[in-house]
Design a protein around this ligand. Structure first.
Ligand SMILES: Cc1cc2nc3c(=O)[nH]c(=O)nc-3n(C[C@H](O)[C@H](O)[C@H](O)COP(=O)(O)OP(=O)(O)OC[C@H]3O[C@@H](n4cnc5c(N)ncnc54)[C@H](O)[C@@H]3O)c2cc1C
Length: 456
């Protein structure tokens, strides 16, 4: 590709903040709230006009399980977000912990309150444009773009919650993306909501979820009558009266760091949403005969993107061994949920590779070192782009654990920002874990005492 050299010119420069969080998804919201709660002057920068990322702008219709089938694993701010939203959804049982539906407009407001009540400032409709760093691995400024033009910000510590590792990668951190040899990524899904659904017929009719072998999606796909439906992947949840959220079908070849592929996928996803509506109106007319596509995501549903290389790379083996770590900042019990390539998905044998190993009460730890990019002094990463291998990403990418990681990253950022060098690698782990526990985090001492894998 040809290159173009920018003309050098001064732009506004803001140094008002100790901690800047980029990306306001689940990880970014708890990161900003935790940093501000710790007394850091905190700014949260978000490209869209609302907080919540995939869970709001992406229309993901449900929370992955909050429990390990015995107790809540993701506590602290994660539990607060979860319970606050649930309390506003009268059709959800108050004791439900797993696969609880999300009403996205309500969740946006839960995050607005979480972040602002903690004292963080929010800058919407603003996207990262560039990252400046020095030779010692310090990010010296970030440049952002919004309707005011380009603007630079300098903070002591930056938390990258973009889900794609934009801050860390643009600062020069090493990363991996997709399959080691082919570069293939897990497919995307463009989630959507159908409105004017007949609630009684929906709730009492056939279970549409692809896991149900009798779901009409299997016959509909096999029949070939619905060419607009790419495979049998279909999750659905009643998110509000007469409104059902869908996470259905796959889009391959979508790379969230290549906006041309995303643009194409969004148009294809909108077309697909209509195809699902038409199919459902045929196969279950009592529920969907009068339904319409009420909305599609303003973000494409990205399952896989950059994985920033940190001081430790969490592996599938760590997951299988249920490892604990002396520096763990949260625990995770979600299964390995890996969506396969086109051939696998279209074989009709299943919608995804769901490797469920854990029994009730089992989980593994996530070390703080997965959040600290190698070679960068004042940057933390939380959420989908932490340091891990491709397989375990299938587990640690989902929202409950992203919320928990975000809180730890925000707290660590605030602690680092008070130190002379703002070195995130030098954060006092004992203090970090003490504060997380004080705020309600699930960090069982027994797990660390009996740890299989010594901190390294
Ligand atoms: C189709 C699909 C279905 C899923 N189903 C579930 C489910 O049922 N339950 C569940 O719990 N999880 C589910 N997940 C996983 C989960 O939703 C995401 O992995 C999770 O939201 C990741 O959180 P995050 O904070 O890392 O990133 P995101 O939620 O992606 O948020 C990142 C935020 O950063 C912003 N941003 C990105 N780049 C920039 C930039 N350069 N400048 C400024 N802002 C930026 C984005 O606009 C976005 O708001 C699903 C994911 C997908 C794709």
């Amino acid at each position: 590709m040809d290159s173009y050299t920018l003309r050098s010119k001064p732009i506004p420069f803001n140094t008002d903040f100790d901690v800047i969080v980029v990306g306001g998804g689940p990880a970014g919201c708890t990161a900003a709230a935790a940093a501000a709660r710790e007394g850091a002057r905190t700014l949260l920068i978000e490209a869209t006009g609302s907080l919540g990322g995939m869970g709001t702008s992406g229309l993901v219709p449900a929370w992955c399980p909050f429990s390990d089938k015995q107790k809540i694993v993701y506590r602290g701010l994660a539990e607060k977000v979860f319970e606050t939203l649930k309390a506003q959804m009268p059709h959800v049982r108050p004791d439900a912990l797993d696969w609880v539906p999300i009403e996205p407009e309500k969740l946006k407001r839960v995050y607005d309150d979480l972040v602002t009540e903690a004292g963080a400032s929010v800058l919407f409709l603003t996207t990262l444009a560039d990252v400046e760093r020095d030779e010692d691995g310090n990010v010296t400024a970030i440049v952002v773009l919004n309707k005011g033009g380009l603007q630079a910000f300098r903070a002591n510590v930056y938390v990258d919650c973009t889900g794609d590792g934009d801050v860390a990668a643009w600062a020069g951190a090493e990363y991996e993306k997709g399959d080691e040899t082919t570069g293939e990524l897990q497919p995307a899904t463009h989630c959507f909501v159908l409105g004017n659904v007949d609630d009684y017929a929906y709730l009492n009719g056939p279970k549409l979820h692809a896991e149900n072998p009798d779901s009409p999606i299997h016959e509909a796909f096999r029949s070939g009558d619905y060419p607009g439906i790419p495979d049998t992947h279909l999750c659905n949840n009643q998110i509000a009266p007469q409104a059902v959220g869908f996470n259905a079908g796959h889009l391959w070849g979508v790379d969230n760091t290549d906006t041309f592929t995303v643009s194409q996928a969004m148009m294809e996803g909108r077309r697909m949403a209509e195809a699902y509506r038409d199919m459902l109106a045929d196969v279950h007319p009592a529920a969907f005969g009068n339904a319409f596509v009420m909305s599609t995501g303003t973000l494409i549903g990205t399952r896989e993107s950059r994985r920033i290389i940190g001081d430790y790379i969490l592996t599938a083996e760590d997951y299988i061994e249920r490892r604990s770590f002396t520096d763990e900042i949260c625990r995770n019990s979600y299964f390995l949920d890996i969506h396969g390539n086109k051939k696998e998905q279209q074989s009709g044998t299943g919608s995804s590779l769901a490797i469920t190993l854990y029994g009730p009460g089992e989980s593994h730890g996530i070390p703080y070192r997965c959040l600290t990019p190698k070679g960068l002094r004042n940057v933390l990463v939380a959420g989908r782009s932490i340091s891990c291998d491709r397989q375990v990403l299938g587990s640690v990418r989902v929202m409950p654990v992203c919320l928990a990681m975000g809180e730890a990253a925000g707290l660590a950022a605030a602690l680092a920002s008070k130190q002379a060098e703002s070195d995130v690698h030098a954060v006092d782990i004992a203090e970090l874990r003490r504060r997380l526990k004080e705020e309600g985090a699930y960090l069982p001492d027994a797990a660390v005492e009996s740890e299989v894998h010594a901190g390294e």
